[in-house]
Design a protein around this ligand. Structure first.
Ligand code: ATP
Ligand code: MG
Length: 475
């Protein structure tokens, strides 16, 4: 008995299969969970496929007093609520009726699905052989072994053993039906460290241009999963090889062959540097960090210049950060990222070169830097950036130590002077306010003033009302 057999999701799905069988239907575990069990990893979800129609599934579980939801009525998917997970949350298991998807005309969805009673028919509409296996939990429970419980009509077991992602049937037909499958092929190959079967890869290369039929949201979701599952480099390399990257992120493909100064970047061009960053992203890392890593140097291809002014040739990327921010904003908008995510990803790009300036920064500037939202991601990106080239981590260690040592109130102290205080003191609200408040905050961050009274008299001295702002403070 393996540990996952104690898993509440496993037991819920097993009980669902038993209930369906008791009513004379066929039912199996299907798809990803069978693949994961054969690989020896614990599945996230246990999905059930059955000969029972959606109506029959709804009726059977309603009679047993279970909550059910017809989520994809058109596709025959019913959610059955049974059991609770470790955190006490209700488990909803997907129960899908065997089906035959028929023709696809829009490159995304079948025109009409037909329910089937034969499991074989259901298997051939699935995407890859490794995702096309079924498992009989009754046999598993009796024998305690996975192997004899698996039903494999598509050669999935063999492909799983050899580490191959292969489309079921003719890959050109299968990708023409649903372009999303091309992204899924890359995601599974990267995640499992599998090869993509040559005919499957050729079909992807032939159809890559049609990936634009997939919605931007789905493309973004697939890319984010590729970038955060722990094999981001391989995923982007496969995307590139399949010609998909040129379609969905053409700006990233331009990083190829963009040379960098070898004294700073012994690893090679901008693409290689970026791939090394991606290689170091941990599984489960934050999506914004992953996108920040992919895009941090996206402004370099457009700003590449050879400077011959000093008698020698030097590669420069003047202004690459600002250009990169603009390119990234366009890309993120195109992929319909939320405003919050866009802001954070753009901030990561915008500030990534500032670490180099830390030794020369005034204390107030360092503190402002440290209190950027999610500073830990900025810190991590800087670590990745250095690790992927020269490997010097002095500034990173110093900033990390400060970030960890300084409690929130020190980095983000309550302001000693606010706009309201200025008004109470007779200052007229206006454009001058911002400069005064910032200067007062600087004085506070630098430790020049410690109390509200000190801060206010410092303001009165520096900004004698109604006289103008002293030149130095206004800068
Ligand atoms: P994950 O661990 O990422 O959830 P999974 O294999 O469970 O992997 P799902 O997206 O949950 O993937 O889909 C469940 C199953 O449905 C797949 O294993 C596959 O058999 C089938 N499937 C999903 N999407 C498609 C598709 N676009 N075309 C054909 N079959 C698909
Ligand atoms: Mg799944």
């Amino acid at each position: 008995m393996t540990v996952w057999m104690e898993n509440a999701r496993y037991r819920a799905a097993r009980d669902i299969v038993r209930s369906l069988e008791a009513k004379g239907h066929t039912a199996y575990f299907a798809g990803g969970c069978v693949r994961d069990l054969l690989l020896g990893s614990e599945p996230k979800d246990f999905d059930v496929a059955t000969s029972a129609t959606p109506d029959a599934v709804l009726r059977i579980f309603a009679e047993l007093g279970r909550k059910t939801y017809a989520v994809g009525a058109h596709f025959g998917v019913v959610l059955v609520c049974l059991g609770q997970d470790e955190a006490g949350r209700e488990i909803a298991t997907e129960v899908a009726t065997f089906r035959n998807d028929g023709a696809y005309t829009d490159g995304r969805r079948p025109d009409a699905v037909q329910f089937a009673t034969d499991a074989r028919e259901d298997v051939v509409r699935r995407d890859f052989t490794i995702n096309g296996m079924l498992l009989d939990p009754g046999v598993l429970e009796r024998t305690g072994e996975i192997d004899p419980a698996v039903l494999d009509f598509v050669g999935g077991r063999e492909d799983l053993r050899s580490g191959i992602v292969r489309a079921i049937g003719d890959p050109r037909v299968r990708f023409a039906e649903d372009k999303l499958r091309m992204l899924r092929a890359v995601r599974f190959a990267a995640r499992l460290d599998f090869r993509i079967d040559p005919a499957t890869m050729r079909a992807m290369q032939g159809l890559a241009r049609e990936v634009d039929q997939v919605s931007c949201e789905r493309i973004r979701e697939e890319l984010t999963r590729m970038l955060t599952e722990g094999h981001a480099r391989r995923a982007m390399e496969l995307m590139d090889e399949a010609g998909l990257l040129a379609e969905v992120l053409p700006e990233a493909v331009r990083m190829h062959g963009v040379e960098q100064p070898p004294e700073w970047h012994p690893e090679g061009d901008v693409w290689t540097h970026t791939m090394i960053l991606l290689e170091h992203l941990e599984p489960g890392c934050s999506p914004t960090l992953a996108w920040g890593a992919l895009l941090h140097d996206i402004g370099k291809p457009a700003t590449f210049q050879i400077d011959r002014s000093g008698g020698t040739e030097r590669i420069r990327f003047s202004g690459h950060v600002d250009v990169g921010v603009r390119i990234a904003e366009t890309m993120l908008r195109r992929l319909r990222f939320s405003n919050d995510d866009t802001e954070q990803i753009v901030a990561l790009i915008k500030h990534h070169m500032r670490f180099g300036d830390v030794p020369e920064m005034r204390e107030s500037t360092v503190r402002r830097f440290l209190r950027l939202p999610k500073f830990d991601e900025h810190l991590r990106l800087h670590w990745l950036d250095c690790t992927a080239c020269h490997g010097r981590l002095g500034i990173w260690s110093a900033m990390k130590a400060r970030y960890e040592a300084e409690p929130e109130e020190v980095v983000r102290p309550r302001l000693l002077v606010t706009g309201r205080d200025l008004i109470a003191d007779g200052y007229q609200p206006g454009p001058r306010f911002k400069a005064i408040l910032e200067a007062a905050e600087d004085a506070q961050l630098e430790g020049v003033v410690h109390t509200a009274e000190q801060a206010m008299s410092w303001v009165r001295e520096r900004f004698p009302s109604p006289a103008g702002i002293p030149a130095e403070a206004a800068r």
